[in-house]
Write a protein that binds this ligand. Structure first.
Ligand SMILES: [Zn+2]
Ligand SMILES: [Zn+2]
Length: 155
């Protein structure tokens, strides 16, 4: 599936022990205001970026088992969140129901001007689960009660 000119997005944890890459264009990229993201990440919202499973791979030298702890919760047992064993950052999750990986914008690599590399490829298109927001965001992007184009638009 890979071609020479497809974009390669790279990112990782705070300490660098856990690293990944995703290839090509995401299925979805949105700011998520759901209460799961808020509780898991202790933040108002995150930039979540979804890729098909074949586009994702770990790139650190240790095996996944050496570098990562994997968690799931009772309400979503099909979702596996990987956390760096050294710095504790959760950096990606795998959804076994949809066979997709999620990565998060805050952990993508930056260029020398501090901007996220390949922003045009992964930039978000909407705010999702906006009903449970902590912060109003007045950017031009559409706002949805759940996923973009699959729920009620509220802004
Ligand atoms: Zn780390
Ligand atoms: Zn969320």
């Amino acid at each position: 599936m890979s071609t020479d000119n497809e974009p390669v997005i790279t990112g990782g944890c705070y300490c660098g022990a856990a690293r990944y890459e995703v290839r090509g264009h995401p299925i979805r990229s949105a700011y998520c205001h759901c209460t799961l993201c808020q509780r898991f990440n202790a933040t108002a919202f995150i930039l979540t970026i979804h890729y098909p499973a074949h586009a994702f791979r770990w790139t650190h030298s240790e095996t996944p088992e050496e570098a990562l702890d994997v968690y799931s919760v009772a309400s979503k047992p099909w979702k596996y969140r990987s956390r760096c064993k050294k710095c504790g950052a959760a950096i990606a999750s795998y959804n076994a129901n949809t066979d997709k990986w999620s990565v998060w914008g805050g952990q993508l690599d930056r260029d020398e001007t501090t901007k996220i590399k390949n922003w045009d490829v992964i930039k978000p298109t909407a705010h999702i689960f906006y009903d449970t927001r902590i912060l109003d965001v007045n950017d031009g992007l559409s706002k949805w009660t759940a996923y973009e184009n699959e729920s009620q638009r509220i802004g």
